[in-house]
Design a protein around this ligand. Structure first.
Ligand SMILES: CC(C)(COP(=O)(O)OP(=O)(O)OC[C@H]1O[C@@H](n2cnc3c(N)ncnc32)[C@H](O)[C@@H]1OP(=O)(O)O)[C@@H](O)C(=O)NCCC(=O)NCCS
Length: 165
């Protein structure tokens, strides 16, 4: 399985397949729909002038998920007091049909491997955040080596977690 999961830059032809991927009803508050994420990427690139990498998660040739990585987001410092120039795993989902089969774990491993190539510039860390009630994601991230930063957590915001690179 491990070799079959891979990340790919999303091209025009594949965009529809990524937009059609959905999470379970009870997970809808955990991640934005993929179409919204692609729009967010556009504005972050156009207005904030930051680099964003929206990537499809594929099992062999089948699109099974989506992960979006950004670099040096202004809101990392503004809302969480994190250092500048950190990578950010901004969006991450596995379609409801493909969850619970190890795909998320492998995709996250590949995303960290990609971040460690420093595609947008050298960095000392990578961060992400999750809703306090998202136990599945929290468990996955902590097992992958992210450290929860409750000291930076503000009420009504997601909980940030950091991995030093
Ligand atoms: C979080 C998510 C990406 C995990 O993907 P997945 O393919 O189902 O995860 P895997 O099968 O690779 O499981 C990896 C680990 O995740 C954790 N996990 C996944 N689902 C879980 C659940 N329902 N309850 C508890 N832990 C869970 C476990 O720690 C698991 O490790 P284990 O197999 O050693 O027990 C997927 O559940 C998802 O898309 N959720 C909805 C969107 C979301 O919450 N995204 C993250 C936003 S911060």
């Amino acid at each position: 399985m491990e070799k079959k999961i891979h990340l790919e830059k999303i091209l025009w032809d594949e965009c529809d397949k990524i937009i059609k991927l959905k999470v379970n009803k009870n997970q809808k508050t955990f991640v934005a729909p993929n179409a919204d994420s692609l729009i967010d990427a556009y504005f972050a690139i156009a207005e904030d002038k930051i680099q964003v990498f929206p990537l499809g998660i594929y099992y062999a040739k089948k699109a099974v998920g989506f992960i979006m990585i950004a670099f040096d987001c202004p809101w990392a410092t503004k809302y969480f007091g994190l250092p500048e120039k950190f990578y950010y795993i901004w969006r991450f989902m596995i379609d409801k049909k493909y969850q619970g089969q190890g795909f998320g774990k492998e995709a996250l491993r590949l995303a960290i491997e990609f971040v460690k190539t420093f595609p947008a510039g050298k960095s000392e860390g990578c961060w992400l955040s999750y809703e306090p009630e998202n136990e599945g994601a929290r468990s996955l991230y902590l097992k992958a080596g992210f450290v929860e930063r409750l000291d930076l957590h503000k009420e009504d915001f997601e909980i940030p977690a950091v991995m030093m690179l």
